[in-house]
Design a binder for this molecule. Sequence first.
Ligand code: ACM
Ligand code: ZN
Length: 522
Amino acid sequence: MNTRIIIFLHLVFVLPALVNGQTTAQVIPKPQKMELAQGVFKITPATSILSQKELLTSAKQLKGYLEPALGYDLAVNPKSGKKNVINLKLDKSLVQLGEEGYKLGITPDNITLAAFSEKGIFWGIQTLRQLLPAPIFREAQVQEISWEIPCLKIEDCPRFKWRGVMLDCSRTFITKEEIKKYLEAMSLFKMNVLHMHLTDDQGWRLEIKKYPELSSISSRFHESFKEPKEYEGFYSQDDIRELIKFAAQRNIMIVPEIEMPGHTTEVFAAFPQLSCKGDTNKIHPWTKGYGVHNEVFCAGNEQTFEFLQNVLNEVSALFPSEYIHIGGDEAPKMHWKACPKCQKRMADEGLKDENELQSWFVKRIEKYLNSKGKKLIGWDEIMEGGLSKSATVMYWRGWVKDVPQKVAALGNNIIMTPTSHCYFDYTYEKISTERVYSFNPVPPGFDEKFVEKVLGVQANFWSHLDRTPPRIDRQLFPRLLALAEVAWTNNDKKDWNDFKVRLQSKLKSLEILGISYTIGNY
Ligand code: ACM
Ligand code: ZN
């Protein structure tokens, strides 16, 4: 474009927008519908929050978000005042925007945030926070700033209901404080599921009262590897309750993953009798041994199921999530082939091969979980020996292209986390932010009638290589913001160049939230 045209376009579009403060109307994920208008709403000490009785908690939450940086009180439901108010309303007529949708109207006089449910109000509040200058995220009063919000109208709702992040807490223990930091950032960008990968070969990270050895032995690297102490440990059940509460206050569900039948050698460090060969394992860091071990739970031994059911009793009682993830990936079958107990099980159950034995294993666990009122999720290998009717499949093997279509054709739900776009342990050279952004969780050619089987999308972060908080942050950010938009915004509304501009405006907020991120090399 020639320079004179660019200057002209700036004068006509950009300058008036700047004068009106409109360039700050930069929200991630991009709202489905947004119309900018003239002017700004200004938060001042005279601003108050109005809410119905049912939304008092939301009103207090909004006040709590804003007051530290403002440095003054915002009155909630004062006796008088119809102007200069932020009005929160439940409106049943907004049912067409769904449980999580919201409508936001900002004029110089008032802000009105309406939604069908409290969840929608919460996401609308996140939009409101993003519309304010980034210092609003500071924990202490910020002087000499005008807290202006551009006038606009937004109608918004998510494309997918599962907008997830998986953190691998096993390969490297991730502290409760770090997890809270991620929950805070996730909620700001409207992500609503934290999948905690709590068990794997590098350590069992969840207190199980019935089996204290899981905390005392299975959560520790073998001393011969001289691993830093901060890479190991476990969450007490009280820690988990604290995280669940913190997450729920931010509209996030925590889904636990307890791996089986493979990726379980940390269990055999304490309970060797539960594997086919009965060997004791020394827990090693990922880089100093096999990534996938041949030892798996013995499927012919009833003690395996007694152990797992006891564990799942506590897990089901602890986590309110309707879903429990049971892993199911990368379980080599060589020991099952050689184990008399496993072979007897196959004969007794009429199973033709070890893949069917794995499916039998998973279905037995699923039945148990269902009896506790829970639904099972597994990595996509759970379909190899026959999938149950009700399991949800988490698709990760991006190179097995026909999995989504097959799962949906069977009528099962699927969550998209393929290695091609969603593996955030991979380098930015391999999966750039732009590549993440380009992802469409409904694959091209996907049959229209199966679209509703795609529950959503998730970023998976495996902690085997990047093991310190700043490095984990940089693997996640800014890619997570791109995935947030993939998960929330309709595909036809996405635009990479527009996203890049909005992303720039969010980097300051990330810094204030104490998050490191990768710059350049998107
Ligand atoms: C996986 O990456 N093994 C699920
Ligand atoms: Zn066996």
